[in-house]
Design a protein around this ligand. Structure first.
Ligand code: CAA
Length: 400
């Protein structure tokens, strides 16, 4: 049965995220965005409200909420600023949920529980200076040395690189397979910031998400215990793709929140601002832009909700997630560009938030699968070239 109502628990999570965003993010976001720095109060506030582990089971220190709640929280955080939603994308989507699904009990106790409690922050390292869409093109290697693997390489465009304590990273453990680009030579590891030879840095001068940390990770002969390999050797590529199924879902939910932010800002402004003796809300071409925002918001929400519904059932959601991510990001870009247009010259200044929405909307059509990758994936599903077979492991089913 299809149910478009949210449960009381889901609404409670939404309200908690909304309240946190209004209290901690919105009042100072212009200042942090201008300074190109993260608000230091945000992570502690997210930890305090249990947002950093709210859809991880209680046995691992989380709140045991469902995946629709995750989508709702992402909407609320990105309504305030994209940088806040990115924290949930990497810490929960790309780090915690994959560890929950793929890691053994010992690793979960050690690396998931502190993350779910908000005591430690996790992130994900797949992308490299010369390997983004072409994930199999990564160059980082992990060579066995007794009971350790020695990691060498560099990861780039990593959200929270300079903040995270734990890194879920991907490296070639079979160098013969690397030569042939056979993905079954890639493995996944959890690496701690404290491991010798690991350094990180921040990337400055970004177009958007300026109040969020984005950086690089460098591995120089980093000795990682073999027991920190996640699941079996050679399964890293599949785990990376699984991570993206969760990360892309959070981006879809967040971008939907960004569309709503554009719509609300435009609705308010268009009743206040008058031209030709009328509020601009009464001009048909302004109405057209607001109508497109309304439509984009509604269908983006249905798409991420469908993906979330599949996840709640423990069913594979790769196709639905890719579609939701692609469409929500596309609509957010259009909504933000039109929001600047509705605000006219004021939209061109950071006196109003729509200029920030516009800059923030661009990145999401690039990270976690470019719009081109998602376009090709959807075409391949339609053409019968791509099919989602049953996965060896999938997200644990959850009660709504
Ligand atoms: N879950 C689990 N397994 C999956 C999977 C999924 N979602 N998708 C694919 N697989 C498995 C397949 O079943 C297949 O297994 P077998 O070989 O056993 O059959 C294997 O993985 C290979 O699958 P494909 O043939 O589908 O892989 P592909 O080579 O066609 O994939 C691609 C191509 C879709 C372009 C993929 O490389 C891709 O998604 N690229 C984009 C990467 C991306 O989004 N990068 C952004 C990272 S975000 C970031 O790094 C920023 C940050 O802040 C952290």
């Amino acid at each position: 049965m299809i149910d478009f109502d949210f449960t009381e628990n889901q609404l409670a999570v939404r309200d908690m995220a909304r309240e946190l965003a209004a209290r901690v993010i919105t009042p100072d976001i212009q200042k942090w965005d201008r300074a190109q720095k993260a608000n230091p109060a945000l992570l502690p506030a997210m930890a305090e409200t249990n947002l950093l582990g709210f859809c991880i089971p209680e046995t691992y220190g989380g709140l045991g909420m469902d995946y629709i709640s995750l989508g709702l929280a992402c909407e609320e955080l990105e309504y305030a600023d994209t940088s806040a939603r990115v924290i949930l994308s990497v810490h929960i989507g790309l780090y915690s949920l994959p560890i929950l699904t793929w890691a053994g009990e010992e690793l979960k106790q050690k690396y998931l529980t502190p993350a779910a409690r908000g005591e430690k922050i996790g992130t994900f390292g797949l992308t490299e200076p010369a390997a983004g869409s072409d994930a199999v093109g990564l160059q980082t290697t992990a060579v066995r040395d007794g009971d350790h693997f020695i990691l060498n390489g560099e990861k780039m465009w990593i959200s929270l690189a300079d903040v995270a304590d734990y890194f879920l990273v991907f490296a070639w453990t079979d160098l013969e397979k690397k030569k042939n680009r056979d993905h079954s030579g890639i493995s996944a590891f959890i690496v701690e910031r404290e491991f010798e030879g690991l350094t990180t840095g921040s990337i400055h001068g970004k177009l958007g998400v300026r109040a969020g940390n984005t950086g690089f990770i460098s591995f120089q002969d980093v000795a990682v215990p073999a027991s920190n390999m996640v699941y079996d050797e050679g399964q890293g590529f599949k785990i990376a793709m699984f991570c993206l199924d969760q990360g892309r879902y959070t981006v879809a939910g967040g971008s939907t929140g960004l569309i709503r932010a554009c719509r609300d800002a435009c609705v308010k402004y268009s009743w206040e601002r008058k031209t030709f003796t009328q509020p601009i809300a009464e001009h048909q071409l302004v109405k057209q832009m607001i109508a497109n925002m309304e439509a984009g918001y509604e269908y983006s929400r249905y798409l991420w909700m469908k993906a979330g519904w599949l996840k709640n059932q423990g069913k594979r959601s790769t196709k639905a997630t890719s579609l939701a991510k692609w469409i929500a990001c596309r609509e957010a870009e259009e909504a933000a560009a039109n929001a600047v247009q509705v605000f006219g010259a004021y939209g061109f200044s950071d006196e109003y938030p729509v200029e920030r929405y516009y800059r923030n909307s661009k990145g999401a059509s690039i990270y976690e699968g470019t719009r081109e990758i998602h376009t090709l994936m959807q075409a391949d599903y339609a053409l019968g070239i791509r099919k989602d077979k049953q996965l060896e492991r999938d997200l644990p089913m959850v009660e709504q």
